[in-house]
Design a protein around this ligand. Sequence first.
Ligand code: GN1
Ligand code: MG
Length: 362
Amino acid sequence: MEQFMKKVLSQFGIEGDIESIRPIKTGHINQTNVVSVKGHLYTVQTINTYVFPDADGVMENILSVTDHIRKKVVAAGGDPAREVLHFYSTAEGKGNWKDDEGRQWRVYDYIDDCITYDIADDLQILTDAGQAFGNFQKLLADYDGSTLNETIVNFHNTRQRYVNMEAGIERNASGRLQNALPEVAFYRARTATATRLVDQIEQGILPLRVTHNDTKFNNILIDTATKKPLCVIDLDTIMPGLAAYDFGDAIRFCANSAAEDEKDLSKVYFCKDKFEAFAKGFIGGADGFFTEAEVDSMVWGCIIMTLECGCRFLLDYLDGDKYFHTEYDDHNLVRARTQMKLVADMEACFDEMQAIVRKYAN
Ligand code: GN1
Ligand code: MG
């Protein structure tokens, strides 16, 4: 492992003996290690090529977008070593290197003295995180989205996600459909809702922006000393998208009372106070950046991103756990159920959520 890691690092121009290797287990997709060389910490990751077949495209996007953001951080007098990820390039100028077994590697500086949260309890941190994710869209407002590679085709096309779910039900590749009939019925009953944002893009109601598309609360690094957001990470899915995708996916994750895979559903509920705290930062902090139609789409985004993620967990369960890392047999089904509980809770307080969003938009 150590010898091989050394070889990987040397592809990116980093030489020296490895002092330690520490795995990080937070994400559901890529494999990550923190590696120390001459006292410097590097994040060394293999890109999951089942999820991201076009690793070149992923890294082209990331190198270019981080470059764009770095210039803005410098111009604003910020610290580019801590406020934006710094990726290393190979001798050919690529951000990824393919080994003999076909694994795709990338390396970036590990940002120390910060923390990520899986569950958010501090409302002030939520407001700050909302502002940071909103600001991320602002930083990329002048970035030409048409130059980005589509790293996962139709990633947040919830209409297509539903088509995929139906195909998975039909295939029943894992033979586990019988265990998931109430879940299938729940998601199916919301097919009309699921297509709403896609319809509004096609109707020209909602503008496409450059969005992050995976705004889980643990994709933001919080400075340990100041407790303020430092840097947005996990940039694999930066693509043209809707403001409501980033807002909605963040709420799906951070306004949950419990973990995404909590088995005891009595512990899982939608937290209105957390929703409000995040909305205050994301929408209130954006100072009129979002259009009227975008403001109106935000709560729909929360419900639709939660439905979408839930139906993806359900599909993966039916397919036999091919996409998301799982730790036990029903892990994806458990995840699909927590998302259902959150959707039901949000449906019940839809009007209140709308009123909160409007309050901060004005
Ligand atoms: C995956 O990479 P990670 O763990 O932050 C997934 C997201 C899901 C999320 C659910 C590329 O995110 O879309 O919302 O799991 N990322 C990809 O936890 O599919
Ligand atoms: Mg990710």
